[in-house]
Design a binder for this molecule. Sequence first.
Ligand code: LMR
Length: 394
Amino acid sequence: MLTNLKDQPADKILALIAMYREDPRTDKIDLGVGVYKDASGNTPVMRAVKAAEKKIWETQDSKAYTGLAGDPAYGDAMVELVLGSAVARDNVAAVATPGGTGAIRQGLELIKMAAPEATVWLSAPTWPNHPSIVKYLGMPVAEYRYLNDDAPTVNFDGMMEDLQSAKAGDVILLHGCCHNPTGANLTLAQWAEVISLMQDKDLTPFVDIAYQGFGDGLEDDAAAVRMVASEMPETIIAASCSKNFGIYRERTGLLMAVAQDAGLKARSQANLAFLNRQNYSFPPDHGARIVSTILTDDALKADWKAELEETRLGMLELRKQLAAELKRLSNSDRFAFLAEHRGMFSRLGATPEQVEKLRVDYGIYMVGDSRLNIAGLNEKTIPILAKAIIDCGV
Ligand code: LMR
């Protein structure tokens, strides 16, 4: 049987991690996978996370199963973090999932159960896991333009034109904030236009929000998803705690199904729980419990917010420094977008050959489409990267 298996294409982001690890150069620079790093290159455990883990260790007296939806305190705290008061809690069905990817997978399975004929529209480009899971599930898929060809800015006209071809019932996958891989976000006015198009054409939004707090702040980053959830009849939302709580390996995500008709909540909730049962029964608890411990304790929450804000401002500063150094070296404004973009990523606009040259000749690792993780930089590596970018002719 196993001989029938085909080789699988390597995931380009994960393959890069392996290549970086094997590179013996001590001055190599990792701008690949989307993991936050501090100035000394570590991915720290956040202070509030450590404190929450201590509290859990001291007080937890059982590891018995929770429920299929996970710890209810986690669901409540996360619904509030993402949606604020935009939607009543009674209108939101929610289950814990293994990370943001787990939420995407469960969300797509829910869509497949409810509307097997729906086409899932993905931004071009998008995070490679989106098309990969949609195709694995055998769902119809289409792309909408997202980025201009000549500059890494949002091609809003192209996006709206392409979405005109969506048919009633189709699903539009949107990045809630900090678009991955481009770092180029829609303005709130553009979100409003996308919402009216989705209303007119009877489309369902599926919002992936994995970087809340990394762009313009916790509240501002949630503004778009809140607007969508409060104005559309139904919204599916996948949220991740990997980045904003720095608990990548704990696999902590949440899938939400929001409906203006509160009568749908019980059925949606039962279907979400059913899906969890089919795929892995109970979702992982440790990360979820860390998150609920932090979000329900005023002091821990304040400390978590403060550290997240330091992280965000640090990334914005790195963006500004890189843009300024590239302006100096290139004598042009063509890299100014780096300071405008938000979140961990920007697409540099380098060719695959230039990306390869940066890796082979300079030990600088970024994804082949020239996505770089800004959080992988520091004051020392910025001038090295900027010079290498110019030397490679980008
Ligand atoms: C990324 O885009 O680098 C992260 O979301 C990590 C991943 O799983 O791909």
